[in-house]
Write a protein that binds this ligand. Structure first.
Ligand code: IMP
Length: 384
């Protein structure tokens, strides 16, 4: 296996969890490299049912080291909750480590995510309101607080005071809400730091040692390529890169080390939140796919928008990720449908194009050109 990256190649929720779970058994190290607790997957196994948002599913395999990489933004309360959920049910979490370089989601990030969404009104992005955008914005603006900072309490207090001054000015003067207390956040985050301290590591060193030992490493993606801030349907995107390129940036493994890049796609498309989706079905077929597949968000419970498989978007995704393989999930959802459609081009202002336009105005105008095929109309879920 050496190093494999598993990437969502649509708008997220492609069933990466299942594929990662299958491959994690063969890995020695699994690294989550982007996003935060906006992602989520449900795992059902011999220990019970778990809703995981941050911890890689490799945690269920003895002997697999799990790393939450530098490219993830971590809400420590959520992470600590997941660790205790696992431990209470007998899952050993002693092999879970967190990069000291990962940024923290702070209380003002979640608060501002909600306030900013409200203020966008009809232009809302439909974020998960987990503070992801504001946390990545602060990382880029060099106003972030990192996991490693939790271990340097004096410096943490100084930095928090400095940052909260401007955050509180925004909260009170722009949004007219109450300011946040430095002392309360400081004591809460010091407590988180004490709980997480044994797991905080220089994970780049851990990974380079694993590479030296030639251990199989899996880089676990979150969200999907079409939610990438550069190549997705900007501004209706997330705030970190779900791409294969992001797997290097978010883990500290160099691009030459990644030997295979597996793109995961569903046999149809789904999307949660706002933004264009050329093959969206707002009719009975869309509703029936949603109900058959129970397409509701794991993190927010929102109904997912459903539509036909979009080969234009998937080809684009294959290119920007350099996919070496593809895993198609949820074929069985289509088992009963008499006719199936695959979008092979977009009709834009009278012309058929076969690329994924950058402009959301153009993409919103794109009419899918379909190839129509008879359905197989027989059960496939038993096929291995
Ligand atoms: P954010 O990542 O919470 O800022 O949300 C930005 C956009 O990405 C919204 O349209 C969300 O619905 C979408 N999004 C974020 N995480 C996921 C995911 O795990 N699956 C599907 N969509 C997601």
């Amino acid at each position: 296996m050496s190093v494999i990256a598993v990437i969502g190649a649509q708008w997220g929720d492609e069933g990466k969890g299942k594929i990662v779970d299958l491959l994690a058994e063969k890995a020695r190290v699994v690294v989550r490299f982007s996003g935060g607790d906006n992602a989520g997957h449900t795992v059902i196994n011999q220990y019970g049912e778990f809703g995981l948002h941050i911890i890689p599913s490799g945690i269920f395999y003895p002997g697999v080291t799990c790393i939450v990489g530098n490219g993830v933004v971590i809400n420590p309360e959520i992470l600590i909750g997941e660790i205790s959920q696992l431990e209470q049910r007998g899952v050993d979490t002693g092999r879970l480590f967190i990069s000291d370089r990962a940024h923290l989601i702070m209380p003002y990030h979640t608060l501002l995510d909600g306030l900013e969404e409200e203020s966008r009104g009809g232009n809302a992005i439909g974020t998960t309101r987990k503070g992801i955008g504001p946390a990545f914005a602060d990382k880029t603006a060099r106003l972030g607080i990192r996991v490693g900072d939790l271990l340097e309490k004096e410096a943490l207090l100084k930095r928090l005071r400095f940052i909260l001054e401007s955050k509180n000015a925004i909260l009170t003067r722009v949004y007219g809400v109450k300011p946040l207390s430095v002392d309360e956040i400081y004591s809460r985050y010091c407590r988180y730091g004490e709980l997480l301290a044994p797991r905080i590591r220089e994970t780049v060193v851990m990974l380079s040692e694993a590479l030296d030992r030639n251990e199989p490493i899996m880089l676990e993606g979150a969200q999907g390529a079409l939610l990438d801030p550069d190549f997705g349907t900007y501004p209706y995107t997330t705030s970190s890169s779900p791409l294969a390129g992001g797997s290097c940036l978010g883990s500290g493994i160099g691009p030459k080390q990644v030997k295979s890049i597996l793109g995961v796609v569903k046999a149809y498309c789904t999307r949660v939140g706002g933004g264009p989706m050329p093959t969206e079905l707002t009719d009975e077929t869309g509703d029936s796919i949603r109900e058959l597949a129970h397409e509701y968000g794991t993190t927010t419970g929102r109904p997912r928008r459903c539509g036909w498989f979009d080969a234009v978007a998937t080809r684009f995704s294959a290119r920007v990720n350099s996919l070496t393989g593809i895993a198609i999930t949820r074929l069985d959802v289509l088992d009963t449908l008499p006719r199936l459609k695959i979008c092979t081009g977009y009709k834009l202002e009278g012309e058929v194009i076969n690329y994924f336009p950058a402009s959301i105005t153009a993409l919103s105008k794109c009419q899918p050109v379909y190839e129509e095929l008879p359905g197989w109309q027989s059960a496939t879920s038993h096929i291995r």
